[in-house]
Ligand binder design. Structure first.
Ligand SMILES: Cc1cc2nc3c(=O)[nH]c(=O)nc-3n(C[C@H](O)[C@H](O)[C@H](O)COP(=O)(O)OP(=O)(O)OC[C@H]3O[C@@H](n4cnc5c(N)ncnc54)[C@H](O)[C@@H]3O)c2cc1C
Length: 654
């Protein structure tokens, strides 16, 4: 049902109201939208495909899939990654599993139920039609990944095994122990290397994209820096795909790989692309608590552990007894108590917010009182240690390595940690951004997950984008360009972009202040956790914006980058990334301050009912997609969200 849309007034300084965006969703029943759109896509004759060059930035699950599929189809693909090998992409870290609505368990699962769970899990701030595509293609994704070599866990009889993840009551998560991402990434990277070997994909590792080239209103190339030699060069193409992952590392302490960063997406925003819902950040409830300010990152324990682990805190505050000394009636299994229907498998936003609440109330555990227990005592009693080791052995081992504690005999300690970015480059239903010819896939995009992603839906969205969406939609964009040549490598816009990238590197090196980039990154993380974290308020966000602006000013006068720009220099790489984080962080806080409602992981303390997020569908049932034209201006464009198959209701996991 489409209603007339009016964007709410801007009340934040610097915010202007922009346009109403068209997501290009096929009219009619969202259940059949994808099938109809695919039929409508234009095709390119196999003999003409090699005349089109497509640049793919990123070789994670989304980028490797897109590059391998487009290469297999016969396009001239040029893939770039800052890693030394495609298989090192951050997707390799994913643990718990990948969802698919294949209904093999006779537990009443279906594509429709997948869509209901995904849309509701995202608190109605994602695109319903995209969720249908995700569910529909999920069935093919599992077969495809198994075919290219992913060794999914199997039942005794040979069927692929599944387990449950948060926010659902069925068992639709396919997995390989706690190493699902690793196995999927290895399979996808191998598929990509097969194309490299076949000559359809030219792969450049250790190359970092620093800028996007836009000419005649179309994305036509990129500027990259060779991280080993420092050489900056431009590459032109008929289309560019960004599959550059999420920006959760802006928080400094996050579960992401240390190198994951926002620079490619942020540079696209500076060249005219829009950034959707930048403040929709997922805090994962089963991260390990920060134990020292000087540690370099946070470690994740997979959500799959919540299938068997029970989350609890001591019932009274400041209880310093060892967990084993706290009797049953003095423990509070708060998720089971408050959400009996979903128990420990509530969606992540709900689980994180509740943990935050317990910690704030003084019931946190551990030396810094900043965590809650995840306890396997009862599961071990029920199914035995051997079974638990089979299910989660490598995660338990990882926990022991990280903490020195044995989770078979004492409960794990977990805490909310910055993890996944639901926000990302705004794109239409075809995954094309607001810059024609610039496509996005995987966590760098925004569409599927609304204000809160369900566990195991991200590996899925990266694979669906990479293998089964971009290989259809990119050719449809290219078809009418047949006969047009690629932008010349020495076109003025190209040399200007190279000059701009070189000047920026020189500027970072020239400051010669007193602090390295990590100092500023850590400060920024503190500001964000405090001001734009699990719970946000008008006051916390206003303060955060002021602090970020002050830190940014200091960055450009007090930064010190050691070394030169003509060889490997990781401090220089980091400095560029932190400069981008500072700008992005300001926009995240602006977005969170602007959106006067709570939804999913965006929890504004001013908008709650019984401790749950209180949406305002009258005013805010749309996606904010931000343009950043400079001069301190932020333009909020809006794509209204319509829900035809899943009626707008208040979420209830009780
Ligand atoms: C610890 C952990 C566990 C997780 N477990 C699960 C799970 O069990 N299930 C699930 O569904 N999701 C999980 N996720 C989320 C999921 O892993 C990611 O969302 C997903 O893998 C992202 O894939 P991607 O292809 O979009 O990006 P990535 O895998 O992050 O790949 C990004 C690629 O872009 C390249 N790149 C980035 N910027 C540039 C640049 N400027 N120039 C050149 N190259 C660039 C990188 O080199 C890399 O190749 C987990 C996340 C974490 C952190």
């Amino acid at each position: 049902m489409t209603t007339e849309f009016h964007a709410p007034d801007a009340i934040v300084d610097g915010v202007e109201i922009g346009e109403i965006l068209d997501g290009q969703i096929p009219d009619g029943d969202p259940r059949t939208a994808w099938e109809r759109r695919r039929l409508g896509y234009k095709l390119v004759n196999p003999a003409n495909r090699r005349k089109f060059r497509v640049i793919v930035i990123g070789t994670g699950l989304a980028g490797a899939g897109a590059a391998a599929a487009l290469g297999e189809l016969g396009y001239d693909v040029h893939a770039f990654t800052y890693h030394d090998a495609p298989r090192r992409a951050h997707s390799v870290a994913a643990q718990g599993g990948i969802n698919a609505a294949r209904a093999r368990k006779v537990d009443n699962d279906s594509v429709d139920r997948f869509v209901i769970d995904t849309v509701k899990g995202g608190d109605f701030r994602g695109r319903e039609a995209d969720a249908f595509r995700l569910g529909e293609e999920s069935v093919r994704v599992i077969d495809h990944l198994a075919a290219i070599g992913a060794p999914f866990a199997r039942e005794y009889g040979g069927q692929l095994a599944t387990r449950s993840f948060g926010g659902v009551q069925v068992s639709r998560t396919y997995y390989t122990r706690g190493q699902t991402g690793q196995q999927l990434q290895i399979a996808s990277a191998q598929a990509l290397l097969r194309q490299v070997d076949a000559g359809t994909v030219t792969l450049r590792t250790r190359h970092e994209m620093l800028d996007l080239v836009v000419e005649d209103g179309r994305a036509q190339g990129v500027v990259v820096r060779n991280l080993l030699t420092g050489e900056i060069s431009a590459h032109t193409a008929h289309a560019v795909v960004l599959a550059t992952g999420g920006y959760g590392n802006v928080f400094y302490f996050s579960t992401l790989a240390k190198n994951s960063n926002a620079s490619a997406a942020w540079r696209a925003v500076q060249r005219g692309a829009l950034l959707a819902s930048p403040s929709f950040i997922q805090f994962h409830p089963t991260a390990l608590p920060v134990s020292s300010r000087w540690q370099s990152k946070t470690i994740l324990m997979s959500e799959s552990l919540r299938n068997d682990g029970r989350i609890w805190v001591p019932a009274k505050a400041d209880d310093t007894r060892a967990p084993g000394d706290i009797p049953e009636d003095e423990r509070d299994y708060y998720l089971e108590r408050k959400y009996p229907a979903f128990g420990n498998l509530t969606p992540r936003d709900v689980a994180s917010r509740n943990a935050h609440e317990q910690i704030q109330a003084g019931r946190g555990v551990g030396p810094l009182k900043n965590s809650v227990y995840l306890d396997f005592r009862d599961a071990i009693k029920r199914v035995g240690k051997k079974k638990i080791a089979e299910r989660y052995g490598n995660l338990f081992e990882m926990y022991t390595h990280a903490t020195g504690e044995d989770p078979y005999t004492e409960p794990m300690r977990i805490a909310p940690g910055a993890h996944f970015t639901m926000g990302g480059l705004w794109s239409d239903y075809d995954q094309m951004t607001s810059v024609p010819g610039l496509f996005v896939g995987g966590e760098a995009g925004w569409g599927y997950h609304g204000a809160n992603r369900l566990g195991a839906n991200s590996l899925l969205s990266a694979c669906v984008d990479g293998w089964f969406t971009l290989p259809y939609s990119v050719p449809s964009y290219l078809a009418p360009l047949l006969g047009t040549s690629r932008l010349a490598d020495d076109a003025p816009v190209v040399t200007e972009a190279v000059d701009r990238a070189e000047a920026r590197v020189a500027k970072l090196l020239a400051i010669q202040g007193e602090h390295g980039p990590t100092y500023f990154h850590r400060e920024l993380g503190d500001i964000l956790y405090e001001g734009c974290g699990v719970v946000r308020t008008k006051e916390s966000l206003t303060t955060a914006i002021e602090k970020i602006r002050a830190l940014s000013a200091r960055f450009w006068t007090e930064l010190r980058v050691l070394g030169d720009d003509d060889r490997l220099n990781q401090e220089l790489e980091k400095a560029g990334r932190v400069a981008d984080y500072l700008e992005l962080a300001e926009l995240m806080c602006i977005d969170a301050l602007d959106r006067e409602e709570s939804c999913g992981a965006h929890f504004r303390a001013e908008h709650e009912a019984d401790g749950e997020a209180l949406r305002d569908d009258n005013l805010w049932a749309f996606v904010s997609a931000w343009g950043v034209p400079g001069d301190g201006r932020f333009v909020r464009h809006a794509e209204p969200l319509n829900f035809d198959a899943v009626p707008l209701t208040r979420r209830n996991y009780k």
